[in-house]
Design a protein around this ligand. Structure first.
Ligand SMILES: [Zn+2]
Length: 228
């Protein structure tokens, strides 16, 4: 009976590919196989390229840094991230997390990570969106790596990303965008800091600098996508 009901629901409300808008088959989730193959991978954990890590060189110490996908205008990654952030397609977050998590679990350099921490949203923004688009991603990675996801370590205190318009020196001086709380929870930990998309690295840098205020921490970074 349930099976018939599900097939009926699928027929009435077919699941749509978040890449091309086509109807997904029963074996496909979030995006169709064609779109999945067309998505441009960044995969620095596999290629061993320091492309993302180098963004933070001289700014904050980072152990490993990787991104799953490359962001291209009008590409599948852009559609995926747009649907995740603005079209209530929250499940895209976990989908990308399981995808990247499965790959990271095979890489020795990522095996000594202890906790996953996501870049937080301001509470008003999170309320308006209904979710933080990074949480599902971070939780899925943590689940695959069999470690914990900590939601109560970083808090976003300012509503805007005004730091983008300041010079880097000035910004670090008055880093008011985030605050660190419960720093004892990350003492002696290797943290995987996760975000949706990295462009200049300014947001991740602000978070990493704060996390490093806790005692004896190491930080690695993983994002859904990188915009080069
Ligand atoms: Zn598709």
């Amino acid at each position: 009976m349930l099976k018939i009901l599900n097939s009926l629901l699928d027929l009435l409300f077919p699941k749509i590919c978040n890449g091309c808008g086509g109807v997904l088959t029963a074996h496909e989730q979030i995006i169709c196989t064609t779109c999945r193959h067309q998505a441009t991978l960044a995969g620095f954990h596999i290629t061993k390229a320091d492309t993302l890590k180098n963004i933070f060189y001289g700014r904050v110490a980072i152990q490993e840094a990787t991104a799953l996908l490359k962001f291209q205008k009008k590409g599948i990654t852009q559609t995926l991230l747009h649907n995740l952030k603005y079209k209530k397609q929250e499940e895209i977050s976990a989908f990308l997390g399981y995808w990247l998590g499965a790959e990271l679990s095979e890489i020795p350099a990522y095996k000594n990570i202890d906790v996953v921490v996501g870049v937080p949203l301001h509470k008003d923004k999170q309320k308006a969106r209904g979710y933080n688009q990074v949480t599902g991603f971070g939780k899925a990675i943590a689940e695959v790596l069999d470690i914990v996801y900590l939601e109560d370590v970083l808090v976003k205190v300012s509503k805007t990303d005004s730091q983008v318009f300041k010079t880097r020196g000035k910004r670090i001086q008055d880093n008011q965008e985030f605050t660190l709380i419960n720093s004892a929870k990350i003492k002696d930990k290797h943290i995987l800091l996760v975000d949706d998309i990295v462009t200049t690295g300014a947001t991740l840098e602000s978070c990493a600098v704060l996390l490093q205020q806790a005692e004896n921490v190491k930080i690695s970074i993983a994002t859904m996508a990188i915009s080069l």
